[in-house]
Design a protein. Structure first.
Length: 143
């Protein structure tokens, strides 16, 4: 399996997170929400690809995390799958907010405010931080 594609997805994810942080400083809160959601989505997809060796199409954050957990189980990585499954269970509401962020930021009738954008950015960073921990557990010898 080529490592180039997941590296590209991860790079895009981290760039999207940077853009979200810059947009927050600039007060462009819809862009914060949109880019933060993209960042989490892309990072999850990069890990799915690394675990499965193939691309999975999907954009819903919770669904992608579910695919990641199932992929880990398929590969006999039960502890790691439980790590993700438990995170999904305990952060269901936050993940739903993040999953809706892109659509609301682009098509919603109201703009995101500072408080909401700050929350979306926090959730995205938390998701990525959890995924980074998982990534170290799974691939520390490869990287």
């Amino acid at each position: 399996m080529s490592g180039e594609y997941p590296k590209l997805l991860k790079k895009r994810a981290l760039n999207a997170l940077k853009w979200a942080e810059r947009a927050f400083i600039d007060g462009d809160y819809d862009t914060v929400a949109r880019e933060a959601e993209y960042a989490a989505q892309l990072y999850i997809n990069s890990l799915i690809y690394r675990v499965l060796g193939e691309e999975r199409v999907g954009h819903d954050i919770r669904g992608l995390l579910g695919i990641l957990a199932a992929s880990l189980l398929e590969n006999g990585l039960n502890k790691e799958a439980e790590f993700i499954s438990e995170y999904i269970r305990t952060h269901r509401r936050e993940l739903a907010e993040l999953a809706e962020a892109h659509t609301r930021a682009v098509y919603g009738i109201f703009e995101y405010g500072e408080k909401e954008a700050k929350l979306i950015l926090k959730i995205a960073k938390e998701v990525i931080d959890k995924l980074k921990l998982l990534e170290v557990k799974l691939f520390e010898q490869e990287d």
